[in-house]
Design a protein around this ligand. Sequence first.
Ligand code: ADP
Length: 170
Amino acid sequence: MKTAIYPGSFDPITLGHLNIIKRAARCFDKLIVCVMVNSQKNGLFTPEERVELIRKVVSQLPNVEVDASSVLLAEYARQRRARVIVKGLRAVSDFESEVQMAVVNRKLNPNVDTMFLPSNEKYTYLSSTVVKEMVRYGVELSDFIPREIIEDVKRKTVQKQRPEENGRDS
Ligand code: ADP
């Protein structure tokens, strides 16, 4: 069975991520989308919430599993017996750091290789950071994130803004 891992922050999942997931799922028997937990980074969503959002979006893709992990990616690949890591490349700017990570991962786990999929041209500008910026300004989100999660993202953004506003008022 050919298993691949698609790792990322997915805070939140975007249409660019989903496009990579659908294309990669066609190439492998099983694709594990893994939210990599980084304790140094505080996101909009908790890792558990990101997993739930991704699950909502990939529910129609039978060979896609969603997970979260705080271990090193090379180690996670070993645990899951995956030989391939999938990465999306938006622009040349992604290339340098992604190739560096691919080489490090292969050094740490010689059984694992990284495969790059070029971003669909519709989504080369898209990142989770762009989405978080857009939602704060009330921009229509259907060109950026899957329909199923639009309300969740709006709700969470409002919740996160409230403590700041309350803080200012008091
Ligand atoms: P970001 O926070 O930049 O959106 P992530 O860390 O969640 O990204 O990204 C996970 C993986 O998805 C990385 O391989 C990244 O290059 C890729 N990716 C992110 N956005 C896109 C996109 N719009 N199109 C294709 N690949 C993407």
